[in-house]
Design a binder for this molecule. Structure first.
Ligand code: FAD
Length: 292
């Protein structure tokens, strides 16, 4: 099923997982998926390491298994940085043969020289390419706090609109910890004529190193309320985990009440945390959007 069709009835609830590292025990991801599939999410997306490395094969296999073994819709991520058109065709052909219908088309993060060899400069190039040769449902990334490389909010929205015009059917945000960024962004996206549904990306922050890495990589602002929680519980692993779960539940409750199209939970491959959050919000997401 194409994910863009899921938004008609009620807020969508979806999950993200990442494939195991090359030397890791592969059975662990299947235990994780087994437990996550109990949640009956609308779909599960599988990340893909930029640069077209071998882990991409795992993305395709896992996305295919999510559908065929667990009966849950899947989305395969695909970052285009460093890929030639021939390589992109090969990957997309394999995704199509594996029965995958939904692609999250991304640029990927730039590293030194990473895009020198490739044929794609931006996600929009990949989106146009997919639309020219295939019939996938296409999802794209968006940034309530602006992409770190962006020259400003207006430009960022202009390029987002361009991604939608090139063929993106549905958008998922980068994580944010202050919902007001999401509401502001959603309003501006609407003014910019972006009509694709926008799912809010929520990452339960359960350890200090994780959030420090995210702030550095994504430029996410830490609200005062969040910093207070972090400082109070940073030396107590269990308390910080529970506080991170409670914070994510609070964010989701507010987002659903404000009519968000959907919630995309970055699970970090942790079914325990995903279950705690889902158990707390499942009645909220089962209410049809028109009533909310
Ligand atoms: P783009 O849309 O190309 O945007 C990048 C920058 O260029 C922005 O500043 C934008 O304003 C600007 N821009 C966009 N289009 C144009 C244009 N045509 N001309 C000029 N400027 C333009 N990375 C991975 O490697 N693997 C993953 O699996 C992965 N999954 C992700 C999932 C989500 C939901 C999100 C939000 C991000 C994910 N990322 C992943 C990270 C992503 O690859 C990075 O954020 C990357 O830096 C930008 O990707 P993009 O697709 O948004 O790029």
């Amino acid at each position: 099923m194409r994910t863009a069709e899921l938004f008609e009835q009620r807020p969508v609830f979806s999950l993200e997982v990442f494939p195991p590292k090359p030397d890791a025990d592969e059975s662990v991801i299947y235990q994780t998926l087994e437990q996550l599939s109990d949640i009956k999410p609308d779909f599960i997306s599988v990340t893909y390491g930029a640069g077209g490395g071998k882990n991409g094969c795992k993305t395709i296999q896992i996305a295919s298994d999510i559908q065929n073994r667990y009966g849950v819709e899947s989305v395969a991520h695909l970052p285009c940085i460093g890929l030639t058109r021939t390589q992109a065709r090969d990957i997309l052909d394999r995704m199509h043969e594996a029965g995958i219908e939904n692609i999250l088309a991304l640029r990927g993060d730039r590293t030194d020289g990473s895009d020198a060899a490739g044929d794609f400069r931006h996600a929009s190039d990949l989106i146009s390419f997919i639309n020219e040769y295939y019939d996938f449902n296409i999802i794209a990334a968006c940034y309530p706090e602006i992409h770190p490389e962006s020259t400003g909010a207006v430009d960022d929205l202009k390029w987002l609109r361009y991604k939608v015009d090139c063929g993106a059917d549905h958008l998922i945000t980068q994580l944010f910890l202050d919902n007001s960024y999401f509401y502001d962004f959603r309003e501006k996206a609407c003014i910019a004529g972006i009509e694709a549904p926008i799912e809010a990306g929520i990452m339960p922050v359960t350890n200090k190193r994780q959030i420090e890495r995210m702030v550095k990589l994504c430029g996410v602002e830490l609200p005062k309320k969040f910093v207070r929680v972090l400082e109070k519980y940073e030396h107590n692993e269990t308390a910080l985990r529970d506080a991170g779960i409670a914070y994510a539940i609070d964010q989701i409750t507010d987002l659903i009440a404000e009519g968000a199209d959907g919630i995309h939970l970055y699970t970090m491959n942790n079914p325990y945390i995903a279950h705690r959050i889902y158990d707390a919000v499942q009645n909220l997401i089962s209410v049809p959007a028109a009533i909310s």
